[in-house]
Every structure is written in C-alpha cells, then in structure tokens.
Design a binder for this molecule. Structure first.
Ligand code: SF4
Length: 213
C-alpha cells in the first residue's frame, strides 16, 4: 500500500522533460522541512492506495511519462514496487527525491532527479552524499538556489563531484519569488557553468500556489 497525496495530469515543469505532458504521483510524507518548500500540504494526510490501483489511475491518463514525487517518495517501501510496475508497463519513470535517502535501490531505468539541498533550505546537513557517486548518465541533479551563498555552494558541489560530465543535466532553480532568475542567469554565464537554469514552468502556466498542477 502507498499513501498518496495526489495523482494528476499536467505539464512537466522541471528537468530536461519540462514542457512535456506528464502524470504526477505525489506520495505523502516528508522528513525534511525545506524553508522554501512549495508542497507542505504533502507532509501529512493522503489516502491509502494499493500499488495496482495507482498504476491503473496513471494508465487512465494515457500518458507514458510519469513522475513519482512527494513529499519524499523513498520513505514508502512500496514505491519500489510502483516503479517496477510502471516500468513493466512501458512508462518512462522520473523519480524526484530530496536527496536525504540512498537511491541505491532505485531501478536503473528510472530517471533520478536528485536534489542537493543548499544551505538556504535549512536542510543541507541532510544531504546523503554517496548518492552523487552512483548517478547514471540519464540522471539529473537539482539545486534550488535562494541567494548567492546557495549558488556558490552548488558550484562547489558540481566541481567537487564532476557533475557537469557525469549526469544528464545539472539543474539550477531559483526560489520562486525570492531570487530573480536574471541574477542566477548572470552568475551561471559569468562562471561558464554547464548547468540549466530552470524556472518551474508549471508555476508560470497555472500560478505559484495552485495545488495539483
Ligand atoms: S524535501 Fe521536498 S517535500 Fe520535503 S520539505 Fe523539502 S521541498 Fe518540501
């Protein structure tokens, strides 16, 4: 069984898949409290669903791109069964994880979108650093950046772990409404960083505080 916050069909707003129609499965519960978290409603509640019922709900949308997110999806053991079932049915599966738990049991064909928490989140002490050593070339590493100190932290992590060449993309995302995207753009360009500035497209389409999109 899984505890599900919501399942919905929308436009993918992040990662190299931004802009693509996607089904989102949001699992309830998180053991972090990032200062800028935009889904605190997923911390609690949710409804119990059997894995096969989640798979059926996803398939009903007729879209073969699926993101499993949260909350923190890896807190629920049956998420591994869900990933396997979706892969078996031919879906492209993205896993958005906060980076505080090991990803070593995530199936190889799942695209991991792995957060590295910057100091401004208040949770940088929880980063599980061994995750950066087991990335596959299709995986993506995301830093949510609230200020220059966060950017400098991200740049140092990228350099220390050789991320520009070891994964599909380094994603830098300014905290919406806090860090002007132009500031982050200038810093990336000045440093010649091989990273993607991502703007959480869904917030521009639907609004910043709309749930279930
Ligand atoms: S890990 Fe994600 S869901 Fe959990 S507090 Fe941080 S941003 Fe929110």
């Amino acid at each position: 069984m899984l505890t599900i916050s919501e399942i919905f069909h929308s436009i993918q707003g992040e990662s190299t898949y931004a802009g693509a129609p996607c089904v989102f499965v949001r699992l309830a519960g998180c053991d972090l409290r990032c200062s800028w978290c935009d889904t605190p409603y997923a911390f609690t509640g949710g409804r119990k669903m059997a894995v096969e019922d989640v798979v059926a709900a996803v398939k009903a949308f007729g879209v073969d791109l699926v993101e499993i997110t949260g909350g923190e999806p890896l807190l629920q053991e049956d998420v591994y069964q869900l990933m396997a079932a979706l892969i078996d049915r031919g879906a492209t599966v993205l896993l958005e994880t906060g980076g505080q738990m090991s990803v070593d049991r995530v199936p190889e064909s799942v695209v991991k979108i792995l957060d590295v928490k910057c100091p401004g989140s208040g949770e940088s002490g929880r980063n599980h650093w061994p995750n950066l050593e087991i990335l596959s070339p299709r995986d993506q590493v995301k830093f949510v950046v609230s200020d220059r100190a966060d950017y400098d932290f991200a740049r140092q992590v990228v350099a220390r772990h050789g991320l520009e060449s070891r994964c599909a993309a380094v994603l830098l995302s300014p905290v919406h409404g806090v860090l002007p995207p132009a500031d982050l753009a200038r810093w990336i360009l000045a440093d010649g960083l091989r990273a993607r500035l991502q703007l959480q497209v869904h917030k521009y389409i639907w609004g910043a505080h709309v749930r279930g999109v």
